[in-house]
Design a protein around this ligand. Structure first.
Ligand SMILES: [Fe+2]
Length: 261
């Protein structure tokens, strides 16, 4: 990273981007700090990355990276659908205003050049990867359908907010796991770090997490709401475990089928 890039990144961190004006639950609010740590530690207990880390230790190749890239592309295309569907399951306009913000970010905000799924395609292109049909016939879509069903069965507004926080709480780890999995050779890291996709995500995920914790503090205050929130939060973190486990399987299957054809 050049000095100029470093200082502009530092500036962005110091300026602390906010999705929307925040009068109450800023980064330094003690409850934001407490609950962010709490939910992060709850998520870490579920050991989401064990199998994908093991798979990458034995299978690091362009074929493995392409299997992961294809899975992530299917996922990133689905994200705005999931988020907007979740918002559509809530009834109050003020709540909808808060919950829709991350979907807007995913779709590029005011600039369609920043649609995240498109940024992802450009990023993998720089390291010679593309989204490719799977030889094995398996896909990440099976796992995404489970998440879809979980959302459809979430019948409380607090539960929807729990699912939305679970989607973000390990976002920084998810992005670094993806980065690591795509780096099939030493040359990939610099190109990927330079891509708008990774720059945007490395800067913005902390705000997505803070924003989602603020939604919890704003809208989930009774014991019943917090219980419903936590139940859906756990289901959402389980989605991540299934997602990364399926990525590990796809990497192994694709690597095996390409070596035998
Ligand atoms: Fe994104």
């Amino acid at each position: 990273m050049s000095q100029q890039e470093f200082s502009s990144r530092q500036h962005a961190v110091e300026a602390r981007r906010y999705l929307i004006p925040e009068m109450e639950y800023g980064y330094d609010h003690p409850e934001v700090i407490f609950w962010t740590r709490h939910f992060a530690s709850e998520a870490h207990k579920r050991n989401v990355f064990a199998n994908i880390k093991a798979a990458l230790q034995s299978q690091r190749s362009p074929v493995a990276a392409q299997a992961l890239a294809t899975a992530w592309y299917d996922f990133t295309r689905y994200v705005p659908t999931f988020l907007t569907r979740a918002v559509a399951q809530t009834g109050d306009p003020e709540r909808q205003h808060h919950l829709i913000q991350i979907a807007y970010d995913e779709l590029g905000g005011r600039n369609k050049e920043f649609i995240h799924s498109q940024l992802f395609l450009k990023a993998i292109e720089t390291i010679g990867l593309k989204v490719a049909p799977r030889h094995s016939g398996s896909s990440i879509r099976e796992v995404i359908q489970v998440l879809d069903a979980t959302l459809a069965h979430t019948d409380s507004e607090a539960g929807i907010i729990g699912l939305l926080l679970s989607f973000e709480i390990i976002a920084e780890e998810n992005i670094e796991m993806l980065f690591d999995g795509l780096c099939y050779s030493d040359d990939c890291a610099a190109a990927l770090s330079d891509s708008a996709f990774f720059k945007v995500h490395r800067l913005d995920e902390s705000e997505h997490i803070r924003h989602s914790v603020a939604n919890f503090l704003r809208f989930c205050n009774t014991p019943a709401e917090r219980a419903a929130f936590k139940q859906s939060f756990d289901q959402g973190v389980d989605y991540w475990r299934r997602f990364w486990d399926q990525c590990a399987c796809l990497i192994t299957l694709e690597s095996g089928s390409r070596t035998h054809t």
